[in-house]
Structures are given as C-alpha cells and as structure tokens.
Design a protein around this ligand. Structure first.
Ligand SMILES: NC(=O)c1ccc[n+]([C@@H]2O[C@H](COP(=O)([O-])OP(=O)(O)OC[C@H]3O[C@@H](n4cnc5c(N)ncnc54)[C@H](O)[C@@H]3O)[C@@H](O)[C@H]2O)c1
Length: 373
C-alpha cells in the first residue's frame, strides 16, 4: 500500500500530515510512505528525518501520487493534486465539508473516496483519532499566549518592592476542548479565570481547573446528542447577550471558543460588550474562522476597537505550533488508518461506525451524513 503526503497547498499552513515517527510505524505495518520534498520543513521535520524513517522523497506531484492508494493532507487537497489522483484513491484530511456541498461534489467528480477527519464520531474507540480535539487543544493553549503577549499587564499577581500588582482576570467563553485548555493555561500563568458554556455538564470540569463557572439560566440544558451544543433560540441568545455584557466588562482578557458544528459561530461578545471593556483589554476569538464569537472580529487580523480593546482574529492557531500540531495529527491519522490496512491494502468497511461517520465520498459518490444524496 502506498500513502502519499503532499506539501500543503495553502502557503500559510505550516503543518504536515505525517511526521517521521509515524512514517516508521506505518513502514512496520507494510505501508510505503511517499513524502513530497520539503513537506515537513515548516514544522521542523526535514527531508533527512523522513528518509531515515523509511519514506521515499519525491519532488513532483504527479510522481508523488502515482499508483497511491491514499493521500493524507492537513487541509483541503488542491485541484492540482486532485487532478493527479486515480479514481478510488482515498483522500484523508480536514476537508471542511459541512455547509459546502459544491466542494463535496468536486471531490466526487474527481472519483476519489474522501474521509473528513472533522466528522470522525466522538466515540470512545475513536478518541485517539480525534483530530478536532488534538488541534483544538493546541489552539486553546496558543490563544492564552497571544492574549498574554498583547495585554499591557501581567497575568499573575506580583508583590514587588514598588507595590502589589493584582492578577489579570480572564474569561473563557465555551468550555470544550480548546476552552478547557485555555482555562488551564491562563491559570498556570496566574490569572483569575472564569469559564462559561451553555452545556451545564462542563461546570465541574471548569471548576476542577481552578476556575469559576459562570451560570446563566437558559431554561434548559443546551446540549444535543454526541457531546455537541445545540443552537440557542433567538430569545435565549438575546438574554444571554445582555448578561454577557456585564461579565465581559469585568475582565481584562476574553477568549472565545464557542462553536456549533456546521453553523456560523454564535456572537457572544457584542459591540456593547467590547465597549464595556477597559482600554488595553484583549479578546482572542478562536471562532474567527466560523464567523467569530465577537461582533467586531476580522478573521485573520488583529484590530483595536475605538475604546482600545485589542481583538485578535488569528485563524488556524493550531498551525502556529506546527511541530506538535503535526505530531498529534499524524498520530490521529495513524490511529485512523492503521486498523484499515489489511494484507497490504487499505480496506474501508462501510459498516464501521467511524468510516460511516467520516467518509463523505465513496468512489465518486457523495455520502455526506452516511447516506447517498
Ligand atoms: N471522544 C469523546 O468522547 C469526545 C472527544 C472530544 C470532545 N468530546 C466532547 O465534546 C465536547 C465539545 O467538544 P469541542 O471542544 O469540539 O466543542 P466545539 O469546538 O464544537 O465547541 C466549543 C464549546 O463551545 C460551546 N458553545 C457553543 N455555543 C455556545 C454558546 N452560545 N455559549 C457558550 N458556549 C457555547 C460548546 O458547548 C462547546 O463546549 C467536549 O467538551 C467533550 O465533552 C467528546
């Protein structure tokens, strides 16, 4: 079986789908890994290390994918890459299929079989494959570092000869994987941290990290099946917005991580809330890519509001820590793909819950949601 790893198409993407450690593990399972030259360089994985791990290094894209059974990427494969693939080749990566049926149709037109890692079901057996979690964890950590660097204040309380410095106050909105890591990181830096989520079930997790859980009565727990959040009703959203203005105004740092899969991110930080914050305060919006949790966020940019609040809308925060982001993602891919390697071939069992969940195109047929459309 041949597994090909191209250089990522997006010039801002520093991650690579497979790292040398995984290449040698795959080689032991009889998988030949081909890596496009320089694919790991921006993540600090050089061609030499891949060669030592047993990979074949290839410069040309068509040569990379010739007779390949599978292609692993971080982001969406480029049109140029798709054009080189034989029908039936398995493509695996963050394909962002939700809300973009045109793109899914393009994958189908290429005749490939496509697995979207963000749709891997969050069942116990799939925990080691959970690429959304491994990358969110990194984003939550990095968001706090960005906030600490931008804040014109210390995070920790300091007692100095020149007097005492009070600790910074940080509010984390959304306490999923990224939010919990942000809470833990902000606590380690010494801030006084509070967390909020519509899912009441996370209260204990927030408290166990030493943060206060903010409670606002929505009328009913807003958790849907599968561990994800439901969308709130317009009335619930308005009440939440007004309450939120007060909470946000009392903090130096707000890190927002609230997402509802397949939908625009909810706006939790209104213009009024930004106006209620003190000059010099910092908002890091981890939902920038999904439209933003802050009304003023500009995806991909850092702006300063008229009252002096820095709003950081950096997208792909996981990609700014490319070494460990690639390492963890690569391990996720190994956990996903290695059980499917049988007698030197990649065998996708359509009855398997994991394959059913993440396989969006099978041999050119659209299957999004597990059923043909
Ligand atoms: N294998 C597993 O069992 C597994 C793996 C990973 C995650 N999970 C569960 O799934 C949960 C969500 O994971 P995620 O981090 O990918 O979530 P996510 O990135 O989809 O969302 C981030 C958080 O935002 C919250 N949110 C959504 N709308 C909100 C609003 N209006 N106001 C405040 N908060 C809002 C969500 O409840 C969630 O906690 C995890 O906390 C965990 O419990 C389970």
């Amino acid at each position: 079986m041949i597994l090909a790893v191209p250089h990522e198409d997006d010039s801002d993407e520093r991650r690579v789908a497979l790292v040398p450690e995984t290449v040698s593990r795959l080689a032991k399972s009889g998988v030949t890994v081909r890596i496009q030259r320089g694919a790991g360089a921006q993540a600090a994985f050089l061609d030499d290390a891949y060669e030592k791990a047993g990979a074949t290094l290839v410069a040309d894209l068509a040569e990379l994918t010739r007779d390949a059974d599978a292609v692993a990427t971080v982001g969406r494969p480029s049109e140029a890459l798709l054009a080189t693939l034989e029908p039936g080749t398995v493509v695996v990566g963050f394909l962002h299929p939700l809300g973009d049926p045109e793109y899914v149709k393009r994958l189908a037109a290429a005749g490939v079989t496509a697995m979207a890692v963000e749709l891997i079901p969050r069942i116990t057996r799939a925990q080691s494959m959970d690429a959304l979690s491994s990358q969110s964890n990194i984003a939550g950590y990095k968001a706090v570092l960005l906030a600490a660097a931008a804040l014109p204040k210390f995070f920790p309380m300091l007692t100095t000869a020149a007097g005492t410095i009070p600790p910074a106050k940080a509010l984390i909105l959304g306490a999923g994987v990224a939010g919990l890591q942000a809470i833990a990181t902000a606590r380690r830096l010494g801030a006084v941290v509070s967390g909020y989520d519509v899912r009441a079930v996370v209260k204990e997790q927030v408290q166990s990290l030493g943060a206060t859980f903010l409670e606002f009565d929505l009328g009913a727990d807003a958790e849907a099946s599968g561990g994800y959040a439901k969308e709130l009703t317009p009335e619930q959203q308005e009440r939440q917005r007004v309450w939120m203005v007060e909470q946000i105004g009392a903090n130096d740092v707000v890190i927002t991580t609230a997402l509802v899969p397949g939908r625009r991110a909810p706006v939790l930080v209104s213009e009024d809330a930004v106006a209620a914050m003190k000059p010099g305060s910092v908002i890091v919006d981890l939902a920038a890519e999904a439209g933003g949790n802050c009304a003023l966020t500009v995806p991909g940019e850092t702006i300063v509001s008229p009252n002096g609040v820095t709003i950081i809308g950096t997208t792909n925060l996981a990609g700014t820590l490319p070494y460990h982001a690639s390492q963890l993602y690569s391990r996720n891919l190994f956990a996903l793909l290695s059980p499917m390697v049988k007698d030197g071939a990649l065998v996708l069992d359509p009855e398997d819950e994991i394959v059913e969940g993440c396989c969006i195109v099978r041999d050119g047929n659209v299957l999004l949601g597990g059923s043909p459309s």
